[in-house]
Design a protein around this ligand. Structure first.
Ligand code: FA5
Length: 340
């Protein structure tokens, strides 16, 4: 009996040693130590062992069983360790590997310039106000002293929604909204999108951007306007930039002017970009607020005066970045946009 137990134990230990897969070790456990296992069945034959021998054989069986179980557990642990090492190897992150570089977007050049303009005017003491893109005919034309037969009111120039509402053709209605709701002194700018039935060419787009400025106080005069605009142009485009004020007509300002700056390409010498004139495209309109406009907004025109200006942000962006075609700002071509 003793030899039988020792032989079986040695056979099982050898099988445990030779096993190559984790599943197989479980099979060995069931095969020898399970209820119907070979090793367990030895216990059933104890009746054939003499009374004197029984305690010794019983002890040998227990010691052998423990030894087998110990070896099985050791082997399971070895398999678990190998499994873990392989998993760690598989899941290790190689921080030196070449990762895919994802390009992150940035603000559109028009928005960058809009923000720069707002920041500039804030630094000069202006506040920034907002206005709606859908406006009333009243604010866009009537209160701005626009004659009923003014060509800009035509359906062929303005996107009407109905007889009273339209897509604003300029940012000037924000002046009206501000003067209707705020008492002087007023010093504000307002930037945003504007819409006109304009044919697309190198300097015109049917949707474009403007920034409006308005100052209303006692004793405001034309030299305050020119000084503000000249300071802006020199700060924004550089000291070399020359300005040219051309008399113009706007229903809401009197006197009125349009302002050009020297050509960004030749700095005023004359080249093919400026058709030899030395001057860039027209950038802005300005003037002294018409007394009729002040009165229409409930401001005493005998006490107060004001100046206003409206600049094309698209054209300012073009001059600043030497872009000679407005279409580039709307094509959404990444090769162009990535340059800013
Ligand atoms: C006006 O819109 C006036 N409201 C400006 C103003 C405000 C004058 C306050 C006096 C006092 P004008 O139509 O000239 O003015 O437009 C102003 C600027 O907007 C132009 O100088 C130009 O830079 C830009 N602009 C006008 N039309 C277009 C267009 N279709 N595409 C791109 N920019 C344009």
């Amino acid at each position: 009996m003793k030899e039988l137990i020792i032989d079986l134990k040695n056979q099982i230990l050898q099988e445990i040693k030779d096993v190559k897969e984790k599943d197989k070790i479980e099979d060995i456990k069931v095969k020898y130590l399970g209820k119907k296992g070979k090793f367990t069945s030895i216990l059933r034959n104890m009746s054939s062992v003499s009374k004197e021998e029984r305690p010794k054989i019983g002890e040998l069986i227990n010691i052998s069983k423990n030894e087998i179980e110990e070896k099985i557990n050791e082997k399971i642990e070895i398999f678990n360790k190998i499994e873990l090492e392989e998993r760690i190897k598989r899941e290790t992150i190689d921080v030196t590997i070449n990762k895919k570089i994802v390009n992150i977007g940035h603000r559109h050049p028009l928005n960058q310039v809009k923000e720069e303009l707002e920041n500039f005017f804030v630094s000069m003491g202006f506040s920034v106000v907002d206005g709606p893109e859908i406006e009333t005919v009243e604010n866009n034309f009537n209160k701005l002293n626009s004659p009923l037969d003014h060509p800009s009111r035509e359906m062929s120039d303005t996107f009407y929604i109905d007889k009273d509402l339209l897509l604003r053709t300029h940012t000037s209605p924000v002046q009206i909204r501000t003067m209707m709701s705020t008492k002087p002194p007023i010093k504000m700018v307002s930037a945003g999108r504007t819409f006109r039935f304009d044919e697309v060419d190198d300097t015109h787009s049917p949707m474009f951007h403007q920034i409006e400025g308005l100052v209303v106080d006692e004793n405001i005069n034309m030299s305050n306007l020119i000084d503000t605009l000249n300071t802006f142009i020199k700060e924004f485009f550089g000291k070399d930039m020359k300005t040219r004020y051309r008399p113009h007509y706007f229903p809401f300002t009197e006197p009125s002017a349009e302002v050009d700056v020297s050509c960004f390409n030749c700095k005023g010498k004359g080249c093919n970009v400026c058709n030899g004139t030395g001057w860039s495209m027209e950038l802005l309109g300005c003037g002294m607020v018409h007394p009729n406009v002040l009165e229409a907004c409930g401001i005493d025109s005998k006490k107060y005066s004001g100046f206003a200006f409206g600049m094309g942000i698209d054209r300012i962006t073009m001059v600043k970045h030497k872009i000679n075609n407005i279409r580039l700002l709307y094509d959404n071509d990444k090769r162009f946009l990535e340059q800013f």
